[in-house]
Design a protein around this ligand. Structure first.
Ligand code: SF4
Length: 717
């Protein structure tokens, strides 16, 4: 039989939450005698993934062995090359340069840009170190790109950023409406949870494209891009007109009379053209989502969030759920699914636009509480939040932000209208990139590179989309001199001279215990969690979990069903607003920022192209298997009739031009596209050279989904 490979001879196991998407699957890591992970499999009894994993999860160990891992700190020389330096020199350079910027230009002159990919103990350490310890004001995370809209929508409507659901709701719904959400590709394990639903739910997909999910659904509504806001107002119009509202639920809301008046003008016939959906279909949908006794759940992702009016669109969905009583009960909810593995952790602990632990910078009592529990001087805590991501970059472009510290993210690929960042780079005095790889687009233009440990090489916690906290384990040693971000922050705190403020944060679990205490009496109260072991023994713990909760650990999914049901929010229709009532928000739909015209006649949609690639492919492109499963280069999905008119055949090179740039990619003739629309997967670094820099006014989330482009053949002969 030959020699048995090492990966088939584990001597022990441990568990860890996957480090890619916000589904939060638990993986079982198979260890050799030294405690090193040599293989993995999905955890059978975890109440999230129930024994399943997508290709990214299965290949999670591969990127750790990539040859381009950063193994030493690197500093840019006068000749423009990188030179290897030791950590003492790197830390001294960091502190000297940022202190110099601060002394010359003040506390608003530098910012960090971080991530939803690191444990929340590290996010909190970064935010507290930068703002309280080092005294800078601004910092934001790439979570701005995926879920800021949902945060603002929930905060305004419910009084706190509180996604109300548990994944069990997928299995308990009678009607599942997926909006701008291609779960088959973006959240494949959640799609499997839908498929397992024993109630045989009606699955309705609202999406401009006939995505994989739309094709597998019972019904697909191919709406016009950004036609969803008038569509939901028309549904509200029909539901009110037909008296299909839940009066008990409505009593727990504010603002309904104004809303009733507002939607009078949104009859199905009036919105048919704007939505691209005929009035009969709208009437039928209104009936389907308001049927008394039926459990209707709405789920959305980036098709809603990444929009210039995403907050009002999310709230239009929330309003429908409030009007029909589809909230707080099993199988219901206005449910935003998050993108990154720890975006939810970022929402509570990143200390950027909200104060660490689910608090507000502007609230003096909140600042006092954070000061007391963390032992931070009160005057070190700012009374206003940071600029948002786009505002930080605008300030850098104007020369007001002089220094940037980029941690575990890659904005030179991922930010909207990315071509602009090259000019912006020239304005920066000092750019630090802290990452696993020195080869990302952002690391390549840094002045200082700090090599970081990755998922699998450090401890901490993630929070998934359903508010479940799970732990990560260190099962590999970082290569060379790479260090866990937590340890890098400790080194920098010491060198800056503020380490005494973080004395008790000796390791991630010690930091966790203090962060836990910060949540006392907040909606996200987790003071009932004893330690990491408690989380592991419980199969993860959803917030809130206050001290009063005494639920014993349940090791199997079957035992956990009762507990899962309890963990749904708003069962009593009491919300976190001052009055305890949910607030109905609405605004008239705004015109698209860049509609097609004669010069740029196509509408470009961007999004996830494959379940095997992740974001800027920084990690997933390192896996041979994932590369085989998914093309790395961009391809343009275009309707065959549009392609024929332009003389473009399958696989032909085509030029895609916007007002900001042009790229050449292969054509993919896709009848799943509507005429006049084209799609590019976001994983290719060139795609964001085309996207239009417009933003939601409430959340500052970029509008990645719709800009005007021109398409032409790029065939030379
Ligand atoms: Fe699960 Fe998401 Fe990881 Fe895939 S990427 S295994 S769906 S957590």
């Amino acid at each position: 039989l030959g020699k048995v490979p090492e990966r088939l001879k584990p001597v022990g196991t441990t568990t860890s939450i996957c480090g890619y998407c916000a589904t939060g699957c638990q993986l079982k890591l198979h260890l050799d005698a030294s405690g090193r992970a040599i293989n993995l499999s999905p955890q059978a009894h975890y109440p999230v993934n129930l024994g399943m994993a997508c290709p990214k999860g299965w290949q999670a160990l591969d990127p750790l062995d990539a040859p381009d891992r950063g193994t030493t700190p690197l500093r840019r020389t006068a000749q423009g090359d990188f030179e290897s330096i030791d950590w003492a020199t790197a830390v001294e350079t960091f502190v000297h340069r940022f202190k110099s910027i601060q002394q010359r230009h003040g506390h608003h002159s530098a910012a960090f840009l971080s991530t939803g990919q690191i444990p929340f103990e590290e996010m909190a350490f970064l935010g507290c170190l930068w703002k309280f310890g080092m005294g800078f004001h601004h910092g934001d995370a790439n979570t701005r790109q995926c879920m800021a809209t949902a945060v603002s929508a929930y905060k305004q409507s419910f009084g706190f950023d509180a996604p109300p659901y548990t994944y069990a709701d997928f299995e308990e719904s009678d009607v599942i409406v997926l909006v701008g959400a291609n779960l088959c590709i973006a959240h494949p394990i959640l799609w499997q949870r839908i498929v397992r639903n024993p109630r045989s739910p009606k699955i309705i997909v609202i999406d401009p494209r006939a995505t994989e999910t739309a094709q597998a659904a019972d019904q697909h509504l191919p709406l016009r891009p950004k036609g969803d806001l008038p569509l939901y107002y028309a549904l509200a119009h029909c539901i009110i007109r037909d008296g299909r509202i839940d009066s008990n639920s409505l009593e727990r809301t504010e603002g309904f009379e104004e809303f009733r008046h507002f939607v009078r003008d949104y009859s199905p016939a009036a919105v048919a053209e704007a939505t691209g959906i005929d009035s009969d279909t709208i009437e039928t949908l209104a009936h389907q989502v308001s049927e008394p006794g039926k459990r209707v759940s709405w789920w959305w992702t980036m098709g809603v969030n990444q929009s210039y009016e995403g907050v009002r669109t999310a709230q239009a969905i929330i309003n429908l759920c409030l009007m029909t009583g589809n909230i707080g009960r099993p199988g219901t909810g206005p449910n935003s699914i998050t993108g990154q593995c720890n975006a939810m952790g970022s929402r509570l602990f990143s200390n950027t636009t909200s104060l660490v632990g689910g608090h507000d910078f502007a609230n003096p009592e909140h600042r006092l509480k954070v000061s007391r529990i963390l032992g931070i001087p009160l005057d070190a805590i700012p009374s206003s939040p940071s600029l948002a991501y786009d505002q930080i970059l605008d300030a850098a472009e104007r020369g007001e932000i002089k220094g940037l510290w980029i941690v575990a993210t890659n904005p030179f690929h991922s930010w909207i209208d990315s071509g602009r960042l090259a000019a912006l780079r020239e304005k920066l005095e000092f750019l630090v990139v802290q990452d696993m790889y020195s080869t990302t687009e952002s690391a390549q233009v840094a002045d200082l590179f700090l090599p970081a440990a990755g998922w699998g090489e450090k401890q901490g916690c993630f929070i998934n989309s359903e508010r479940r906290i799970g732990t990560l384990k260190a099962v590999r040693t970082p290569p060379g001199q790479a260090l866990a971000d937590f340890r890098i922050f400790r080194l920098l705190a010491h060198a800056w001279g503020c380490d005494s403020w973080f004395d008790s944060w000796t390791d991630p679990e010690a930091a966790f215990l203090q962060l836990r205490d910060l949540t006392l009496d907040r909606p996200c109260d987790i003071t009932g969690i004893r330690d990491y072991q408690h989380i592991d023994q419980s199969g993860g713990i959803q917030w809130p979990y206050p001290k009063s909760m005494t639920t014993p650990p349940h090791p199997t999914h079957a035992d956990r069903v009762g507990e899962l049901t309890e963990r749904r929010l708003f069962a009593d229709w009491n919300y976190y607003t001052p009055t305890g009532k949910a607030r109905i928000h609405f605004s008239p739909p705004a015109p698209p920022p860049e509609p097609p015209n004669a010069d740029f006649p196509f509408l470009l949609l961007t999004g996830r192209g494959s379940s095997s690639q992740w974001h800027t492919q920084t990690r997933t492109a390192k896996s041979d298997i994932l590369r085989k499963l998914s093309p790395q280069e961009a391809y343009l999905e275009i309707h065959p009739e549009d392609a024929a008119i332009l003389g473009i055949a399958a696989n032909d090179p085509v030029k895609v031009s916007s007002r900001r740039g042009e790229i050449i990619v292969a054509a993919y003739l896709a009848p799943t596209m509507q005429r006049g629309q084209v799609f590019l997967p976001m994983h290719d670094r060139r795609v964001n050279q085309l996207t239009h820099p417009s933003f939601d006014a409430h959340s500052r989330q970029p509008n990645y989904k719709a800009c005007a482009v021109q398409i032409s053949s790029a065939k030379t002969s």
